[in-house]
Design a protein around this ligand. Structure first.
Ligand code: ATP
Ligand code: MG
Ligand code: MG
Length: 341
C-alpha cells in the first residue's frame, strides 16, 4: 500500500497525513469544507459528499480509504466501498454515528452505559424524563461533538428541546473521566495506549494526563472493555473510548471510530503515536506496542489560548502543535501542547 485516502480534512487528518508521510506513504484528503490538512497531504479534493465523479476519482487514486470524521453520508460510503476497502469497517461507522445505536450495541456486548431513552421528537421528551429522571442530559443522536447539541435537564419541569432526534441520558455521578486509545490490526492483534485522565470544560476536552493516577484494577478494566469493543466490531484501526469512573465500575460514555483528541499525548509519550498506529493498522503494517516512555500532560489550545503561543515556543518541556486554522474563535480547537515529564 502506497496511497491512503482520508475522509475529512481537519486537524486529525492533518496529523494522520504527517504520520503517513514519515513512513513513506502518501495521503489524499477528501474534505467538503475548509481543510487544515490540505497543505500536509499529498493531494486534496474539496468537493461535497454527493459529488459522485469526485468521490470516484478520489477512491481510484488510493489503495485504502480511512476517515477522521464519522459523519460521512451512507451514499458516499456505498460508492467509495464499491471501489476500495474502507477501514475501519462500515459497521463501526454505523454504530458510532448514532448515539442510540452506539449505546444499544454497547449494552448488547455486556458493557454498562448511562441509562438512556430514545427521544425521537419533542413530544416524546416528557415521557423520557419520567423514565430516566433528572438530572439528565438530552443529546442529539447524530452529529454532536464538543458538547454541541446537548441540553442539561436539571429539573423535570424544564423541558428544553435539542431540535433533532435525541437520546436522554441519566446523569452519571462520576469521580473521573478516562479514555482508552486502542488499535486493532486485521489479524486481530490489539495494542492499547495507557488510559488517560480527561478534564472537560464547557463540554470541550481541556487536558489529558498520563499516567491517569487510577488503580491498576481500573486501568486494566478499561483496557479490557476497549478490547471487547474493537473485537466485537472486527475493527481495524485506532479507536477512542471515553469512560466514566464510578464507585460501581466503569461506564462507557461514547466511542469514536478514529484517532482521538485524548490520544494526542502519544505524540510525545510513545515511539509510535496514535496517528502512526492508525496508519499502520489500516495499511497492514505491524502495530507499535503502545508503551509509554514519559509522563505527559496534553492541553488543548482553544480560542484565545493562542495568545500563549510565544511563551510555549520557548518552553523546553513543551511540544507545540498548531493546526493552521486561521481565526481563533472562542471554543475552536486551534492546537495543543504536550508537556513532558
Ligand atoms: P466529544 O467532543 O468528546 O465527541 P460530545 O459532544 O460527543 O463530545 P459527550 O462526550 O457525550 O459529548 O459529553 C461531553 C462531556 O459532558 C463528557 O465528557 C462529560 O464530561 C459530560 N457528560 C456527558 N454525558 C454525561 C452523563 N450522562 N453524565 C454526566 N456527564 C456527562
Ligand atoms: Mg462525541
Ligand atoms: Mg465525548
Amino acid at each position: 500500500i502506497r496511497d491512503i485516502g482520508i475522509l475529512g480534512g481537519g486537524q486529525l487528518g492533518r496529523m494522520l497525513s504527517a504520520a503517513a508521510s514519515r513512513l513513506g506513504l502518501r495521503c489524499h484528503i477528501y474534505e467538503p469544507g475548509a481543510a487544515p490538512a490540505g497543505d500536509v497531504a499529498h493531494a486534496l479534493t474539496t468537493a461535497p459528499y454527493d459529488d459522485e465523479a469526485a468521490l470516484r476519482a478520489f477512491a481510484e487514486s488510493v489503495d485504502v480509504i480511512t476517515y477522521e470524521f464519522e459523519n460521512v453520508p451512507t451514499s458516499a460510503l456505498d460508492l467509495l466501498e464499491s471501489i476500495r476497502p474502507i477501514r475501519p469497517n462500515r459497521r463501526a461507522l454505523a454504530v458510532s454515528q448514532d448515539r442510540l445505536t452506539e449505546k444499544t450495541f454497547l449494552n448488547e456486548i455486556g458493557l454498562a452505559t448511562a441509562p438512556f431513552a430514545d427521544v425521537p421528537a419533542e413530544r416524546d421528551l416528557a415521557a423520557a424524563v419520567d423514565r430516566i429522571g433528572a438530572p439528565s442530559i438530552l443529546k442529539t443522536r447524530r452529529m454532536g461533538y464538543d458538547g454541541k447539541g446537548q441540553v442539561r435537564i436539571t429539573d423535570p419541569g424544564q423541558l428544553e428541546w435539542t431540535g433533532a432526534a435525541s437520546v436522554l441520558e441519566g446523569f452519571v455521578d462520576f469521580s473521573a473521566e478516562i479514555s482508552v486509545i486502542i488499535a486493532r490490526a486485521a489479524d486481530g492483534q490489539v495494542a492499547a495506549f495507557d488510559p488517560g485522565l480527561n478534564v472537560h470544560r464547557d463540554g470541550i476536552l481541556r487536558t489529558t494526563t498520563v499516567p491517569c493516577g487510577l488503580s491498576g484494577q481500573v486501568t486494566t478494566d478499561a483496557v479490557l472493555i476497549a478490547a471487547r469493543i474493537v473485537n466485537a466490531l472486527d475493527y481495524v484501526g485506532v479507536m477512542g473510548i471515553e469512560l466514566f469512573v464510578t464507585p460501581t465500575g466503569l461506564i462507557v460514555n461514547e466511542i469514536a471510530p478514529r484517532v482521538h483528541n485524548s490520544g494526542h499525548w502519544t505524540q510525545a509519550g510513545c515511539a509510535v503515536d496514535q496517528f502512526e498506529q492508525h496508519i499502520r493498522a489500516v495499511t497492514g503494517l505491524p502495530l507499535g506496542d503502545g508503551k509509554r516512555h514519559v509522563d505527559v500532560v496534553m492541553e488543548n489550545l482553544i480560542g484565545d489560548d493562542m495568545d500563549r503561543v510565544p511563551e510555549l515556543l520557548v518552553d523546553s518541556r513543551t511540544q507545540l502543535h498548531l493546526y493552521g486554522k486561521g481565526e481563533a474563535r472562542p471554543g475552536r480547537k486551534m492546537g495543543h501542547v504536550n508537556r513532558i515529564g
